[in-house]
Design a protein around this ligand. Structure first.
Ligand code: ADP
Ligand code: MG
Length: 486
């Protein structure tokens, strides 16, 4: 299935293409058609499953961009409000849809001005209720989304939410997303949804025990370096690197080729013939590394893959299991290696729970550590090498000018320069930093892991903290210019 199958408005489709999304995630596959048909939905889907696009794309495709507020998205925290707002802005900008972000702790004036220009308001419950109750804003959104509803109830926002709905039009389409479905959520759903369709993204089968599973925590910008270092270190005979987007596949193919690896990309839109040729080359060893998206790798049957790398964590446990199942086949052992950013720790922990297997966290080896492993390999390789007659003659010639020890040093240097380890010495988080980041993720706090947080990828944490802050108005700092993307 492709995004184009949904027949979204051209400008929305263009934004999806620009974002590099090719295959919709499971919750997107289920939700988008139902939302386009006008249904209310209640969807159970976890963190990192692509919910923002699941509701954002179809509602934006139906919006008129007539200058009124057509969509309202309620999220638990300021952090999430900014994150969702950024993502929606990205999808809506070609359609002239402006986004206003509304949360506590910042002055009212600017936010109100921005709401007046916006098509979509992304808000935390406390501030939104204030604005509606005091009559500072009047909105008539046709689409209302409750994102991370269970988090909002856990944070004690039930009354605010109920009150907010008294200010919203009866004629509306309401979409509710929640990671869990406790009774309180079902009760709320009964009150605010009209004959909703239910979506549930199922859990995965457990994984094959022949596969050892590792994950490494790195910052967004370190992914490429981390991948190269790990491949140098693990020295896979054959491996598959999974990406989320075709764009990423193309970029990584270029990057890895430039680093001297024998790689090939596998795309969904590759011609069947070319695909077969590439797969044959992979099977026969002409290519050591395949870089693929989930779709492209579907039905790929290669037996002796030693390693599977997840350049990006997959959306759901099912595709995780599916991806890593490419190794450890036919009774052989295999390794599955996943790169995660600090903000994805919640997602990897959830997958670990779903698949019922232990995922071991490790630190990316330094250049020196890889060099040492390589030296060990080299030593045993040298010990196993047969001496040839040409070699004897070569050494004899060299001995005219050099002593034997110097010759040995020169030859060893020559060999070693061929596999010198590139990149910066230290990549990714240390075990201590990972531990801290995991603790923070568990508490729902910022899982920045002690270094700069990336503004790129998933930014779904910092919930309970910023929620509390925005509720009592303490958190006045804003790194953004007041919360408008327009
Ligand atoms: P959730 O709200 O379920 O936690 P998000 O909507 O924040 O998840 O999405 C997580 C990340 O995945 C974001 O960086 C988003 O841009 C990316 N993403 C979402 N859908 C797709 C897709 N179909 N293909 C590639 N990346 C996607
Ligand atoms: Mg989300």
């Amino acid at each position: 299935m492709k995004f184009t199958d949904f027949n979204l408005k051209d400008t929305i489709q263009a934004a999806i293409t620009e974002a590099g999304f090719t295959e919709p995630s499971p919750v997107q596959k289920d939700a988008i058609p139902l939302v386009l048909e006008g249904h209310d939905i209640i969807a159970q889907a976890q963190t990192g499953t692509g919910k923002t696009a699941a509701f954002g794309l179809p509602i934006m495709s139906m919006m008129k961009a007539d200058g009124s507020v057509e969509g309202l998205v309620i999220v638990p925290t300021r952090e999430l409000a900014m994150q969702v707002s950024d993502e929606l802005f990205r999808f809506g900008k070609l359609s002239g849809l402006k986004t206003a972000t509304v949360y506590g702790g910042t002055p009212y004036g600017k936010q109100i001005d921005r709401i007046k220009q916006a098509s979509i308001v992304v808000a935390t419950p406390g501030r939104l209720q204030d604005l509606l109750k005091s009559g500072k804003i009047k909105i008539n959104p046709k689409f209302v989304v409750l994102d991370e509803a269970d988090e909002m109830l856990d944070m004690g926002f039930l009354d605010e939410i109920k009150n907010i709905f008294t200010f919203l039009p009866k004629e509306r389409q309401t979409l509710m997303f929640s990671a869990t479905m406790p009774k309180s959520i079902r009760k709320l759903a009964e009150q605010i949804l009209k004959s909703p369709k239910t979506i549930s993204i199922t859990k995965a089968e457990s994984t094959n025990s022949n596969i050892t599973q590792f994950y490494y925590v790195v910052q967004e910008r370190e992914r490429d370096d981390a991948l190269v270092r790990l491949i140098d270190y693990k020295n896979p005979t054959k491996c598959i690197i999974f990406c989320r987007m075709k764009k990423e596949v193309d970029r990584l193919v270029a990057h890895m080729t430039a680093q001297g690896f024998k790689v090939s990309g596998l795309h969904g839109d590759m011609e069947q013939k070319q695909r077969e040729v590439t797969i044959r080359a992979f099977k026969q060893g002409g290519i050591d590394i395949f870089i693929a998206t989930d779709v492209a790798a579907r039905g790929l049957d290669v037996n002796d893959v030693t390693h599977v790398f997840n350049y990006h964590i997959p959306f759901d446990s099912e595709s995780y299991v599916h991806r890593i199942g490419r190794t450890g086949r036919a009774g052989k052992t295999g390794e599955a290696i996943t790169l995660v950013s600090p903000n994805e720790l919640r997602t990897i922990k959830r997958i670990e729970k779903d698949v019922g297997a232990k995922l071991v966290t490790q630190v990316i080896p330094t250049r020196m550590e890889v060099q040492n492993t390589k030296s060990d390999e080299l030593i045993s390789k040298i010990a196993q090498t047969q001496v040839t007659e040409q070699a004897i003659n070569l050494v004899k010639t060299l001995q005219h000018d050099l002593d034997i020890v110097t010759i040995a040093h020169l030859l060893a240097s020559m060999i070693q320069s061929e596999n010198s380890i590139k990149g910066k010495d230290k990549i990714g988080l240390t075990l201590e930093e990972i531990e801290t980041a995991i603790q923070r993720a568990k508490q729902g706090g910022n899982s920045g892991g002690g270094r700069n947080r990336s503004r790129g990828g998933y930014r779904g944490n910092n919930r309970r903290d910023s929620g509390r802050n925005s509720r009592n108005g303490r958190n006045g700092r804003s790194s953004r210019n007041g919360g408008n993307n327009s």
